[in-house]
Write a protein that binds this ligand. Sequence first.
Ligand code: 13P
Length: 334
Amino acid sequence: MSLNTIVRQLVTPGKGILAADESTRTIAKRFDAIGVPSTEETRRQYRELLFTTPGIEQYISGVILYDETLRQQTENGIPVPELLESKGIIPGIKVDLGTKPLIPSSLEQITEGLEGLDTRIAEYYGLGARFAKWRAVITIGDGMPSDECIKKNADILATYARICQNGDVVPIVEPEVLMDGKHSSATCFDVTKEVLAAVFLALKKEAVQLGGMLLKPNMVVPGTHSGEPFMAETVAHMTLDCFRETVPQEVLGIVFLSGGQSEKQACETLNAMTHGQQHAWALSFSYGRALQATAMKTWAGKKENIPLAQEAFLQRAKLVSAAQKGEYTKEMEK
Ligand code: 13P
């Protein structure tokens, strides 16, 4: 399948991506919050619960996996990528290796993992992955982000995207401007705009095919400690304004991260962007927490809770899918 065909499948109307690629450290934090020990087996059980949820393929077009999960099997011995494919869901893989300080003692970060990436991409392709994800992190704060941080992360993202396309894998390019901080939504707008401009400049230099990738950005939101009210309509307006100024029309799809928005907020904001509107790009989701939060809490590590957890996951995916189509209403939460 061509890169373009995969991109189009991933942004099929009413469907989006489940980000289930939490690193071992991140999933341990999430399990800790629900009192579940994080072992290879508990992680496998939890992810199997998500992927075997009956009917989930109505709302989910692709799943981003972590290296460990791509190599795991269900309890019945079916390899995870095979299980997903049997449901018409495209397996994807997180290929970055996390962040390190931009310079020693810096609070700013760059993402690692370019060394040997071509070899890993070839192996992942062999295991069934058809798209990949790389997350760059931009922090807003005192003197941050620096020009150097923005440029380095943009260059690395572009190099990653080129390597993926060379290996017939669709790159998801994720520059995440973090929500944490006291900054206003106006500052988030300015920073997001600057970051996206740098990213598209770098992608152009690397001759990345824009129709063969997906952009996974943050929305323009007020900082968590800004004191500014969080209003879905305002978020939608500012986000769309920012993208119109920075994202070329050749980009077929924008799949948002939830970035710390609650499950409801992430439905309201996406819906506010899609309701009664047409855009140059397909707008969809690639949510982690905003798809999984209730399901994970309901599961709480207990086998007997799996049916209820799957019900919660299916219901949330259905609401996010409704938001993707601009058909979500608050009444649906009841
Ligand atoms: P959240 O939706 O929880 O932000 O996760 C999406 C993701 O993949 C972050 O890299």
